[in-house]
Write a protein that binds this ligand. Structure first.
Ligand code: APR
Ligand code: PHB
Length: 394
């Protein structure tokens, strides 16, 4: 059996990028179809970082999906950097006039799903063999299998929002696509626990035994991470071992306030910096993790995806409303300018805050010197702060 579906924009991937795009397009009167190889429950179950820039909050407000975020999100005016027992607070509010909002990406995704379902968005879940085709013709298509049927979506544009492992990026010919990558020689072991956070703000710590991060999802739910070996396994980490290691890395003063308990999620994630250029090929536009990955230090992944989607939604709206293609033509260059700046920040904060096995004593001293410089320099602290709260959208 086969089926043909017609739409204006075929969105591959129902993560935050694809969902937000479908929402913004719907608000502009543009029809879309969203495909995902997983189902809603699986997508909502993914646990990822949870720090939203002001621009991201604004985008979610404009999309009409920020009510719960305003009720439950925690505004944070600063965060701490810690280095072998010394602490330096980055006062976001004083340095930039802005703050960030702690609200899990899982919750952002749920809010978007609720809204898209309420509005009758067309979704295809559990799809297989997704294949974008005819991207450089005036009749682009996306083929896939769904419940034993062969489906073809006939569309004007394809939005590749299918994450790092998706198929969209791979549809760009090798002769056109350039990729840039750095894989870090360690991972993050993260746990979630229903205990109040150790501090009301986030703490990023560099300790001789490795990086640690104290984060949270709410006033009663904490998220903690420690740097671990890439080939390590969660089975090697009982909760007790995790708490002991975290306490050492956060230092005795913070550890004294640590409320431990049974974790209900434990996982290891690798750290990677990655950019694909260009972010457009014919009718295909890449957005979010499909085009770029940042290491989680600084929590920029979702924020960057939202910034791409704002540009893309604006460009598609200009095309359909005013027959003006300038923003579509400029999308890749405009998105990449921001992407590279955010890549730089995430790489820099990662480089400052982790123990690298290949570091010589000289590089270790350089990290310490950078921390000391930051601690004493308002200008250097402001540079970190303005990146953390989010660079302006062009
Ligand atoms: N066909 C259809 N869907 C696919 C395919 C495929 N071949 N491959 C992947 N997908 C789906 C995944 O199942 C997932 O739901 O694409 C979606 C991509 O979602 P995300 O990985 O969440 O990516 P994105 O929406 O760009 O979100 C960016 O999420 O990964 C974090 O750090 C990232 O916070 C950032 C945000
Ligand atoms: C998280 O809470 O999961 C988190 C917060 C900040 C980061 C990374 C992850 O930089």
């Amino acid at each position: 059996m086969s089926e043909t579906v017609k739409t204006q924009v075929c969105i591959i991937g129902s993560g935050p990028a694809g969902l937000l795009l479908s929402q913004l397009l719907a608000m502009a009167g543009i029809d879309s179809v969203v495909l995902d190889r997983r189902d809603r429950a699986y997508i909502e179950g993914r646990i990822r970082a949870g720090v939203l820039e002001q621009g991201t909050v604004q985008a979610l407000e404009e999309a009409g999906v920020a009510d719960r975020l305003h009720r439950e999100g925690l505004p944070h005016d600063g965060f701490d950097l810690a280095f072998d027992g010394d602490r330096h607070r980055i006062d976001l509010k004083a340095l930039t006039g802005k703050s960030v909002t702690v609200y899990g990406q899982t919750e952002v995704t749920k809010d978007l799903f609720d809204r898209r379902f309420a509005d009758g968005q067309r979704f295809f879940f559990n799809v297989e063999d997704v294949t974008p085709a005819d991207l450089t013709t005036d009749a682009p298509r996306v083929h896939f299998r769904h419940e034993d049927r062969a489906v073809t979506v006939e569309c004007d544009y394809v939005a590749g929002c299918d994450g790092f492992h998706g198929v969209s990026r791979k549809a760009i010919p090798e002769t056109v696509l350039r990729t840039f990558e750095r894989v870090y020689p360690f991972g993050w072991l993260g746990i979630m626990v229903d205990r109040p956070p150790v501090s009301h703000e986030l703490i990023y710590a560099n300790h001789a035994r490795g990086f640690a991060l104290a984060s949270m999802r709410s006033k009663t739910r904490s998220r903690y991470y420690i740097q671990c070996e890439l080939d390590d396994h969660v089975d090697n980490w009982s909760d007790d071992r995790f708490w002991e290691e975290l306490a050492v890395r956060l230092g005795p003063e913070t550890a004294a306030k640590l409320e431990t308990g049974p974790s209900f999620e434990k996982s290891i994630a690798p750290l990677r910096s990655f950019v694909a250029e260009p972010m457009r090929h014919g009718a295909l536009f890449l957005a979010g993790d499909a085009a770029h990955i940042v290491p989680p230090t600084g929590a920029k992944g979702l924020n960057l995806a939202v910034a791409d989607i704002r540009l893309l939604a604006r460009a598609l709206t200009a095309h359909y409303r005013g027959r003006d293609d300038r923003l579509l033509d400029g999308y890749s260059a405009a998105a990449l300018r921001r992407v590279w700046k955010v890549e730089r920040f995430s790489w820099q904060l990662s480089t400052l805050m982790h123990q690298f096995p290949e570091n010589s004593p000289f590089e270790t001293r350089m990290q310490r010197a950078e921390f000391d410089y930051l601690s004493g320099s308002e200008a250097a602290s402001r540079s970190i702060a303005e990146n953390y709260v989010g660079l302006p959208l062009e």
